[in-house]
Ligand binder design. Sequence first.
Ligand code: SF4
Ligand code: SF4
Ligand code: FES
Length: 243
Amino acid sequence: MSKRQLHIQIFRYNLETPTKQPWTETFVIEEEMGMTLFIALNKIREEQDPSLSYDFVCRAGICGSCGMLINGKPALACKTLTKTLPTNISLMPLPVFKLLGDLSVDTGTWFRDISIRTESWIHTEKEFDPVAIEEQMSNDEALQIYEAERCIECGCCIGGCATANIKPDFIGAAGVNRVARFMVDPRDERTDQEYFDIVGSEDGIFGCIGLMACDDNCPVGIPLQGQLAYVRRKMAVAGWKIK
Ligand code: SF4
Ligand code: SF4
Ligand code: FES
């Protein structure tokens, strides 16, 4: 069987020539067996255009660097096999994040800001005791924390989120997931009222319109629908008590 010719249309923008408008460029390559979009982009860069910008580190769906819009849907390029796509493929950078060039965006600054805004560390009054026996928690609590911690900070849930696309300060599903991680942690002594100050607003959980694109787009399958419902429920009760 003859190999397919892939027509890959890529968004182009160079930060060093800001007066030049973004454009799209189509590259034609021959599909190989087991080809991922990561392999396809490398082939284009090696054989056709060394200036093409995109981010990769692990090539195995672990580092979260290669999120992009693939035929309009946020996904990881290294985990997307070209055989699952039609021969015409469009690649765009993830929206919401700062564009660095072509398909490369700055997710790091966004996630650092979210960590600071959600105060992503254990809040406790207990003095640190280096010789104390490690505190125990139930298996259920440990599993809930583990589930939330699987986030690879790829930004796919943010890029595909309607609210995040129109409200730059919205914390998105990844931010809510971060809050949920600390809410279930028995070592964190914050009250629901204190969490309400962080996430009980239109830029937090109440800005979510609940259509669940985030849940569909998460490449590691974090149950974002459940995390959003959990935080919304707790914050609705906390908000009612404040009134
Ligand atoms: S459900 Fe909420 S967080 Fe998820 S994509 Fe929709 S608006 Fe964004
Ligand atoms: S929650 Fe999922 S989609 Fe969102 S940043 Fe984390 S891994 Fe990516
Ligand atoms: S390169 Fe690490 S997730 Fe794709």
